[in-house]
Design a protein around this ligand. Structure first.
Ligand code: TMP
Length: 259
């Protein structure tokens, strides 16, 4: 069988040509990076968990009318997605002070914000994803006024939905990052949610203990990364009947056998 064509390799995912025009296959790796890839590592089984968690959340979001690139999951590490033109802007939504906001503004981590804050970052690894404002996005044409409005509107809807979803399973949604893409229909384009939603791009704190259930475990060398991601998946009702460890064991064996 001809090896399928790789379209793009990112830090945590690979995109391959899809089975039909306008589609791609999104493969979830176990690789983890932080601080613009200055810190690198692997979290065994992360790709399997993120594939499943992202599938779950994107499916629920589609159910409330948020258009997404997700079509269907293909296997443990791959999903079929719609090919989009990625908008080079990362949209960060914050409910509680943490991470770079706490650092930059000297606000203690865990302080609830007076209102939800949306921030924009220019998606450019060489520049270290600098923070930008809507002025930059419009001036440089990274998105139009209408697209920016659609992205902000969807980001707030995603935040409202996910805050409730996670609160229901004892998790505080502190902040998260979204990426959007453009799909073309003749001369018209529209914005849909792209990339992934997983503990890689969210801050998720246990409501009663404050324990971090996200990539900060890796960024801050706290250990227990897989266990934290597994706990998120478990509480979302994914991999039921303890199949999660079985699935991950199977993967490990397969890797050891070099398949
Ligand atoms: P920050 O506090 O480091 O700016 O991160 C805010 C949120 O965005 C956090 O949930 C992690 C996520 N994020 C990414 O997914 N990718 C990134 O490159 C950065 C900087 C943040």
């Amino acid at each position: 069988m001809a090896r399928r064509r790789q379209i793009y390799e990112g830090k945590a995912k690979i995109l391959y040509e899809g089975p039909e025009p306008g589609t791609l296959i999104q493969y979830f790796k176990d690789d983890a990076t932080a601080f613009n890839a200055q810190k690198k590592g692997t979290i065994n089984g992360k790709g399997v968990l993120n594939n499943r968690i992202s599938e779950h959340i994107f499916t629920l979001l589609a159910g409330i009318g948020i258009p997404t690139h997700f079509i269907r999951r293909l296997n443990m590490r791959e999903q079929l997605i719609r090919q989009v033109e990625i908008v080079p802007v990362e949209v960060v939504v914050r409910n509680v002070a943490a991470g770079s906001l706490s650092k930059r503004l000297g606000i203690e981590e865990g302080t609830p914000l007076p209102r939800t804050i949306i921030e924009y970052y220019f998606k450019d690894d060489a520049l270290g994803d600098p923070m930008i404002t809507d002025e930059h996005i419009l001036a440089f044409g990274w998105a139009s006024q209408e697209e920016l409005h659609d992205m902000a509107d969807m980001a707030i809807r995603v935040n409202d939905f996910m805050s409730g979803l996670f609160a229901g399973i004892g998790i505080r949604l502190i902040d998260f990052k979204l990426e959007f893409g453009r799909i073309w229909d003749n001369d018209y384009s529209r914005i849909i949610l792209a990339d992934e939603i997983s503990p890689d791009g969210c801050r998720l704190w246990d409501m009663s203990t404050g324990e971090k259930l996200d990539k900060d475990r890796f960024r801050r060398d706290l250990g227990g990364e897989v266990e934290a991601y597994q706990e998120v998946a478990r509480r979302l009702g994914l991999f039921p009947e303890g199949a999660d460890s079985a699935v991950l064991d199977l993967e490990t064996h397969r890797k050891r056998r070099g398949k």
